[in-house]
Ligand binder design. Structure first.
Ligand code: SF4
Length: 353
């Protein structure tokens, strides 16, 4: 059982982050935010994929001013991502649900206060987004792009907001490699009570980003660290959500959906297991019930796995078994096995409700 670190609960629109709230999944659009049509299309795709919160880059006044219309039509809470330009933060904060800005990067105390005032007025949080590649010069000069530098930068930025009694804060500490990412979150965790947004930055394309994020975010989540998360994948939207949800599920932090247990196949294989598993995966995607289903290539391990699975299939020579909770419910020819198995999975999902 994972014991999560106690953190302050904040709200990004209607989504609670921290405290006892479920760990939410975020992503970011890659359209130009000023292009409202494309941005809304991407937000809707993310919503359909199961994303909880979306972040939009605000690079100029046109983008900041587009946020009002986008927010009105967005099915998801919006975080405006701003670097350096506090005037953009002042415009964005009028309509979005959270802004991401590092107060240390926006200049004078007056500017920080102006941003804090508008966030207080609208009751929206600020995400402090520390990134190993863009630390303030004095921290980089002293510590390099190290864990110490990232943590020092986070504490400095937190203090700037706390000095104005602003505590609706969440924090990210992203590096582009696993060890610094894990080290930075671990080091800061006992020092503050604010919720953490987990992520590995610039993690790469699908394969590498999945491996890096699974190790880093999986490690942290198993230690009870993390309140919201993003898996960054170059050029992907839906895959970011799919991978993030799989990390949560396989870390045992959510139960929703099908867990497929399938063997890797070997010389004892008795059927076209690869085709069967692909069909099962595709046709059970829609199921929300937390079922364990097992698809095994021969009887060697199939019977043992079937005992722990809600529904199982064990291929034999030209025929096989469909089992439910370890009990055989049908012995059929190979060609009929997957169809019957899928019917039993649908039945088990209905029984779960
Ligand atoms: S279940 Fe059978 S086919 Fe699959 S890996 Fe194990 S021994 Fe090989």
């Amino acid at each position: 059982m994972i014991k999560r670190y106690p953190t302050k609960k904040i709200y990004i629109g209607g989504v609670a982050v921290g405290g006892d709230a479920p760990i939410s999944v975020q992503s970011m659009t890659f359209s130009k935010t000023a292009d409202k049509k494309s941005t809304l299309e991407q937000i809707k795709r993310l919503h359909f994929a199961g994303c909880d919160i979306v972040r939009l880059a605000v690079i100029d006044k046109e983008a900041a001013e587009a946020l009002k219309d986008i927010k009105e039509q967005s099915p998801l809470p919006i975080v405006a991502d701003i670097h350096f330009n506090y005037k953009l933060a002042l415009i964005a904060a009028q309509s979005v649900d959270c802004i991401r800005i590092n107060p240390g990067n926006i200049g004078s105390k007056e500017r920080i206060k102006a941003v804090v005032d508008v966030c207080k007025e609208r009751n929206i949080p600020i995400r402090i987004g520390v990134n190993s590649g863009s630390l303030e010069k004095r921290f980089e000069d002293k510590y390099g792009q190290s864990i110490e530098g990232m943590v020092a930068s986070a504490l400095y930025n937190i203090k700037l907001l706390e000095d104005y009694d602003f505590t609706d804060i969440k924090i990210s500490l992203k590096a582009s490699d696993v060890q610094r990412t894990v080290g930075a979150y671990r080091t800061l965790r006992p020092k503050v009570e604010y919720p953490f947004h987990l992520g590995v930055t610039e993690a790469g394309t699908l394969f590498h980003a999945t491996v890096k994020s699974s190790i880093a975010l999986g490690t942290l989540l198993l230690e009870g660290i993390g309140d919201t998360m993003r898996v960054s994948i170059t050029g992907e939207l839906e895959k970011e959500i799919e991978v993030a949800k799989a990390i949560l599920k396989d870390s045992g932090l959510t139960k929703e959906g099908i867990n497929i247990i399938s063997c890797p196949t070997c010389g004892r294989i008795e059927a076209d297991l690869v085709k069967a598993v692909a069909e099962v995966e595709e046709k059970t995607k829609h199921i929300k019930a937390p079922l364990d289903i097992s698809v095994m290539g021969c009887v060697v391990n199939a019977i043992g796995e079937a005992k722990c699975a809600d529904v199982a299939i064990a291929f034999g020579k030209g025929s096989g078994l469909v089992m439910k909770k370890g009990e055989v419910v049908a012995k059929l020819k190979e060609k009929d096995l997957v169809d019957r198995f899928l019917k039993e999975v649908e039945k088990a999902a209905k029984e779960y409700q």
